[in-house]
Design a protein around this ligand. Structure first.
Ligand SMILES: NC(=O)c1ccc[n+]([C@@H]2O[C@H](COP(=O)([O-])OP(=O)(O)OC[C@H]3O[C@@H](n4cnc5c(N)ncnc54)[C@H](OP(=O)(O)O)[C@@H]3O)[C@@H](O)[C@H]2O)c1
Length: 255
C-alpha cells in the first residue's frame, strides 16, 4: 500500500458513490485520512468508510450539502477535528439535468449553478485557512467536465456551471499560489456512474464508444488516478490546469 499522502487529510464532496467514492478510496489507499462527504447517501458513505477502515485506512463519513453554507462549514470543521487539519479539497459533488434549452426551468438553472459552482465556492472559502496552513501540501481539485470546455447542447446550465468552475479554478490558482497551494480542475469525459446511466441512452453510449478515440467509456478509477497525481507531491508544480481525462475526445472526435 502506498503512503505518498501519509499525514494529509482530504475532504471529498459527493463521495458516497461514483467518481467521488473512487477518489476518496484512492486518496485513502495512498495514505490520506479522508472525509467522505455525503448529502442523501449516508449508507453508501458509511459503507465506504467502514470498508476503508477495515483495511487499516483512515476515513469517515461526513454530512455535507454543498449549497448550504452552515453544512459546508460543519463538514470542514468535522474534518479538521477528526484528522487534525485539512490539506486536500476535492469538489466533486455535481448535478446534471438534461433538458432542451427552450424548456429549461429557471429553478433548475439556479439549482445547477448552486450545486456545481456555489458549492465549490463555499467549500474553497471555508477551507482557505486550513489550506494556507498546509503550505506546499495544500490542494484544491475541482471536478469540471468536458462540457465546461466545449459547451453542451443537451445540458446547457451544466456546461455553463462547469465552465465557470474552470474560471474559479484559475482565479484561485492565481490568488493563492503565493501561499503554496495548487488549484486545478479535472475535466472527465463520459465516465460510467449513476449520473451517466441516468442521462445517456444505450444508443448514445454505443455512439460514444465509437466516437471516443480510445473507444471506451471511462471508469471512476481513471478520474481517481488523475486526482491522486494532482493531490500528491507529483502535482507540486502544476496549478491552474485543466486535466482532460476523456479518452481523447479533446483531440477531435465528433462528440
Ligand atoms: N459521470 C460522468 O460521465 C461525468 C463526466 C464529467 C464530469 N462529471 C462530474 O463528476 C462529478 C461526479 O459525478 P458522478 O458521475 O460520480 O455523479 P453521481 O454518481 O450522480 O454522483 C453525484 C454526487 O454528487 C452529490 N450531490 C449532488 N448534489 C449535492 C449537494 N447539494 N451537496 C452534496 N452532494 C451533492 C450526489 O449526492 P445526492 O445523491 O445527495 O444528490 C452524489 O453523491 C460531478 O461533478 C460530475 O459533474 C461526471
Amino acid at each position: 500500500m502506498s503512503t505518498i499522502l501519509a499525514g494529509s487529510a482530504a475532504l471529498v464532496s459527493g463521495a458516497d458513490r461514483g467518481i467521488g467514492a473512487g477518489i476518496a478510496r484512492r486518496l485513502a489507499e495512498a495514505g490520506a485520512s479522508v472525509a467522505i462527504g455525503y448529502r442523501r447517501g449516508r449508507d453508501g458513505a458509511e459503507t465506504l468508510a467502514a470498508d476503508l477502515t477495515a483495511t487499516g485506512l483512515s476515513a469517515r463519513a461526513v454530512p455535507l450539502d454543498v449549497v448550504d453554507r452552515a453544512s459546508v462549514q460543519a463538514a470542514v470543521a468535522a474534518t479538521v477535528e477528526a484528522f487534525g487539519g485539512l490539506h486536500i479539497l476535492v469538489n466533486n459533488a455535481g448535478y446534471l439535468n438534461r433538458v432542451d434549452f427552450a424548456e429549461i426551468d429557471p429553478e433548475d438553472w439556479d439549482h445547477t449553478l448552486a450545486v456545481n459552482l456555489r458549492g465549490p465556492f463555499l467549500l474553497c472559502q471555508a477551507v482557505l485557512p486550513h489550506l494556507k496552513a498546509a503550505g506546499r501540501r495544500g490542494r484544491i481539485i475541482n471536478i469540471s467536465s468536458m462540457g465546461g470546455q466545449f459547451g453542451g447542447t443537451k445540458a446547457v446550465p451544466y456546461a455553463a456551471s462547469k465552465a465557470a468552475l474552470i474560471s474559479l479554478t484559475k482565479s484561485l490558482a492565481r490568488l493563492y499560489a503565493g501561499d503554496g497551494m495548487t488549484v486545478n480542475a479535472i475535466a472527465p469525459g463520459l465516465i460510467r456512474t449513476e449520473m451517466m446511466a441516468a442521462v445517456v441512452t444505450p444508443e448514445e453510449e454505443a455512439q460514444a464508444i465509437a466516437d471516443v478515440p480510445l473507444h471506451e467509456i471511462g471508469l471512476p478509477g481513471d478520474i481517481a488516478e488523475a486526482a491522486l497525481y494532482l493531490a500528491a507531491e507529483s502535482g507540486r508544480y502544476v496549478t491552474g490546469h485543466v486535466l482532460n481525462v476523456n479518452g481523447g475526445i479533446h483531440i477531435g472526435a465528433g462528440m
